[in-house]
Write a protein that binds this ligand. Structure first.
Ligand code: SF4
Length: 600
């Protein structure tokens, strides 16, 4: 669309304020609404928000600069983002992006001169089981192929709004392949809450404790202890936050849980609220899953009508609790709980110094429980079925089951649920993986396994995982994975601390140097050194885990790098002689003495 008039901007800001309020915490939600309407956040909208919310202009501008889905310059009317995870690449996404760009006569990363279309790569969109995938004006299009790209090019050229595109383009399926303890039974409404109200909050918390449930985000903190600490913290207000910002490349299970088991997730949040004494909760939904917003809002509405949310829940006087959905805007670091809380407060998602931990000082400084989607779902099932039922599966230290997002070189990508203690080889056999060279467990930040490790088991004491399970067969070049993740982390580093900001850029450049065949042993050592510094000195988990994939690959798949080395000795990461070409031209010299190579 053309640049909006001052009246149009003022009208939308007023409407957004009416819908979302004028608390400073609502800032990000206003910015998302403005971005959606005008394809960018115009300066006049920033000024209007300064007046309406009473927040500093710099805070608004820095938020726009921070979130990948917000822009201060107009994007195309059709804003097309290609999911650029390694699994999308393996399915041909880069070739398809070039094809679309050729058809639309636009360069990747730019907006066409007529303002009609922008094409860009973006981080994993959570559709790895049905990729390659794109987002068109924020809505997911799956199972892209050359034919679909052709059709999309025609629709864009004709100016057909996405709402009138074939519905099948936007079809997202669950691909639930192997349900287990949690997912074998259908979604339920109110069962867990009924038990909780019957037995009381103390008994319900004891049941969660008996189950041995640990957070499913990867770190594995004991859920009952987290809830107990929050309950004990002194405050007039407490909050429950569901972290549905699964941005780890290769993860998509929350998408399925929020689609087909949303009641259980919301029930787990509501039970937590009753136990800790919270009246407000937030579901932080990653921006890539915006298409789920309407569905989730309708589930919330129905639960209010059923007396499962709102005032006097299930008839118990004073049991008041409600949930608001807060959209993210494309920032991987917001998956970290303190960064997520910053984002909920309408700020840049920069991680906080801890302690204090969110259980004592979280949202707006109040005690806050942050758990992920799978954890809340498991808690609801535990209240329905009992702690012993949950403990009947898993290992001593890892009770229950784990839900996996399986993608890559497999016949049947999708959602798999297994008891903790299941070996990787079992998952590979079930999903139809053959000639597997490597498995990346727990996403880009996780661990790269080689074949001798496939008998290792999914468990906190062996292979802790947030759920991503990407498979690479023997035909794959592991350096492609490393390059993809190195770029990902450089892009997603929030820039707050030097070891991560500089380290991710250095690692990306060194990996590119290897790929270009210009690296030496010195560079490989340099990677190890930079990775070690990042692990030790970075401020948050992103920086600690960003070098994992590279260090694992250097150790377990050394040939993927070594066979590209140009020489065993040091060589610079850029061609100094070539860089001096302009100077030689200006000086009118091209003799041997004007070249560096002859000198060394
Ligand atoms: Fe930001 Fe990276 Fe530092 Fe975390 S480690 S605070 S993501 S720069």
């Amino acid at each position: 669309m053309s640049i909006p008039s001052a009246e149009q901007v003022a009208g939308l800001v007023a409407e957004s304020i009416h819908q979302r309020g004028r608390e400073p915490e609502s800032l990000l939600q206003h910015l998302i609404a403005i971005q959606q309407k005008f394809n960018h956040v115009p300066e006049s909208a920033v000024e209007a928000l300064v007046g309406e919310l009473g927040v500093a202009r710099t805070r608004i501008k820095s938020a726009v600069a921070f979130y990948a889905f917000l822009h201060d310059r107009p994007r195309g009317e059709f804003d097309i983002l290609f999911s650029d995870n390694i699994t999308d690449q393996m399915l041909g996404s880069r070739r398809l992006m070039r094809l679309l760009c050729e058809r639309l006569d636009v360069e990747p990363g730019t907006t066409r001169a007529d303002g009609r279309v922008t094409v860009d790569p973006t981080s994993c969109t959570g559709m790895c089981d049905q990729g390659p995938a794109i987002l068109v004006n924020g809505m997911a299009v799956t199972r892209l192929d050359a034919q679909r790209v052709d059709r999309i090019a025609d629709l864009v050229q004709a100016g057909t709004e996405p709402v009138h595109w074939p519905g099948d383009f936007f079809r997202v399926v669950d691909n639930l392949r192997h349900p287990g303890l949690l997912l074998s039974a259908p979604d339920t409404q109110g069962g867990g809450l009924g038990t909780l109200l019957e037995k009381g909050a103390d008994a319900a918390l004891a049941e969660v404790e008996r189950s041995g449930l640990r957070g499913r985000g990867g770190a594995g903190f004991t859920t009952a202890l987290k809830w107990k600490l929050c309950r004990q913290a002194r405050s007039a207000e407490r909050y429950v936050v569901c972290n549905a910002d699964e941005g780890e490349p290769g993860t998509f299970k929350d998408r399925v849980l929020l689609t087909s088991y949303a009641d259980l997730v919301l029930e787990g949040m509501t039970a937590c609220a009753r136990i800790i004494g919270a009246r407000r909760g937030f579901l932080y939904l990653r921006g890539e899953y915006r298409y789920l917003l309407r569905h989730l809002e309708s589930v919330l509405e129905r639960r209010r009508a059923q007396g499962l949310l709102g005032r006097d829940i299930r008839g118990e006087r004073g049991f008041d609790f409600d949930i608001a959905i807060h959209l993210g805007a494309g920032a991987y670091v917001c998956g970290e709980e303190s960064a997520l809380i910053e984002s909920l407060e309408g700020k840049r998602g920069v991680t906080r110094k801890r302690p204090p931990f969110p259980v004592t000082s979280g949202y707006l400084g109040h005690p806050t429980v942050v758990n992920n989607v799978e954890t809340f779902l498991a808690a609801a099932r535990i209240l329905e079925q009992g702690g012993a039922w949950f403990r009947s599966e898993g290992t001593d230290k890892s009770a229950g089951s784990k839900i996996l997002s399986v993608s890559g070189d497999v016949d049947r990508p999708g959602i798999y649920e297994y008891p903790f203690g299941t070996p990787v080889s079992q998952v590979l056999a079930d999903c139809g993986a053959e000639h597997t060279q490597a498995v990346q467990v727990s996403g880009a930040a996780g661990e790269t396994l080689s074949a001798p490790e496939f008998e290792r088991v999914l468990a906190f004491e062996d292979l802790p995982t947030a759920g991503s399970f990407m498979v690479f067969h023997h035909g794959r070049d592991m350096l492609d994975m490393v390059r993809n993740f190195a770029h990902f982390f450089q892009h997603e580093s929030c820039g707050f601390c030097t070891p991560c900001r500089v380290g991710t850029a250095l690692l990306r450049d060194l990996v590119e140097k290897v790929a270009a065949g210009q690296a030496s042993d010195y560079d490989l050592d340099e990677m190890r050194h930079v990775g070690a510094v990042m692990r030790q000195a970075s401020h948050c988990g992103l920086g600690h885990s960003a070098p994992n994939h590279l260090l694992s690959t250097l150790e377990k798949f050394p040939e993927s790098c070594r066979r590209r080395l140009r020489s065993p000795d040091y060589s610079p990461s850029f061609d100094l002689d070539a860089a001096l070409a302009d100077a030689r031209a200006i000086a009118g010299r091209d003799d041997a003495g004007a070249h560096l190579e002859g000198e060394t």
